[in-house]
Write a protein that binds this ligand. Structure first.
Ligand code: COA
Length: 260
């Protein structure tokens, strides 16, 4: 598929999506959000792809936010629709994807950029990364899930402070906060993420997709996460991956998961 604002690079069973609007610090305009939705959907349905990485092009930014130029004259109804559509098409979609998604935060991750990184299953930052939710400095609040996912990841008090001050934190502080799992040298960021992805891809993709769902369900008010876990655990027993994983263990060999 042809894209105007993103690039996709394949390396074995790992696909890397690169948001490619460096002159706008990779700001998320509507077209980019549409393209990201398509790309995630396509890669999730590609049996060869076991892990997806997402990063920004250039040295400076992961994503510097939603494209401010696009919504500066919006009405109340248009604003609400912008948030609802974006959440559905991209942010919730990524969070619920059955293929693991890792954000490689290679610079500014602000507003919608941090919200995108937070919707990914986990995050690794380059040392120059800067993260924040600056929306209140524009007379807005985060609209792509930031008021919900930031407190989940860093705790309510820290999230409140970050949102109210509109300030940025550096990679070290983000690591202290648990907002990112690792901080590595900028030039090693993608290779480091690929190594993590490789470890993931050696495991059962089916089991991983069940685990993603069970973890996510624990954060939904309407769903009992423990009940989801029990159901998903049971379902694993009906998979070929379970047969292969347990057989390989008992035969003292490495599992070769069929992915079903
Ligand atoms: N939306 C639209 N355009 C953006 C953008 C955004 N969120 N963030 C950066 N850009 C554009 C700038 O307008 C500029 O475009 P131009 O060269 O055509 O004028 C280009 O990207 C480079 O940005 P610039 O501000 O010149 O870079 P900088 O190094 O001086 O500052 C930032 C970097 C990230 C601090 C600054 O760009 C910024 O504050 N961006 C907005 C962050 C934000 O509020 N995001 C939340 C949106 S809800």
């Amino acid at each position: 598929m042809e894209y105007n604002n993103i690039l996709i690079d394949y390396a074995g069973d790992i696909a890397t999506i690169v948001i490619n609007r460096p002159s706008k610090l990779n700001a998320l305009n509507k077209e980019t959000i549409r393209e990201l939705h398509k790309a995630f959907k396509e890669l999730d349905g590609d049996g060869e792809v076991k892990v997806i990485l997402i990063t920004g092009s250039g040295e400076k930014a992961f994503v510097a936010g939603a494209d401010i130029a696009e919504f500066s004259d919006f009405s109340v109804a248009e604003g609400e629709k912008l948030a609802a559509d974006g959440q559905e098409r991209l942010f919730n979609f990524v969070e619920q994807l059955s293929t693991p998604v890792i954000a490689a935060v290679n610079g500014f991750a602000l507003g919608g950029g941090l919200e995108l990184a937070m919707a990914c299953h986990f995050r690794v930052a380059g040392r120059n990364a800067k993260m924040g939710l600056p929306e209140v400095s524009l007379g807005l609040i985060p609209g792509y899930g930031g008021t919900q996912r930031l407190p989940q990841l860093v705790g309510k008090g820290r999230a409140m402070e970050m949102i109210m001050t509109a300030g940025m934190i550096d990679a070290g502080r983000a690591l202290d906060f648990g907002l990112v799992n690792h901080v590595v040298a900028q030039e090693e960021l993608l290779e480091y993420c690929k190594k993590l992805a490789k470890k993931i891809s050696n495991n059962s993709t089916v089991a991983i997709s069940h685990a993603i769902k069970a973890v996510n369900d624990g954060f939904k008010n309407s769903v009992n996460g423990y009940a989801s876990e029990i159901k998903a655990f049971g379902d694993c027993f009906g998979t070929a991956d379970f047969k292969e994983g347990t057989t390989a263990f008992l035969e003292k060999r490495k599992a070769n998961f069929p992915g079903a």
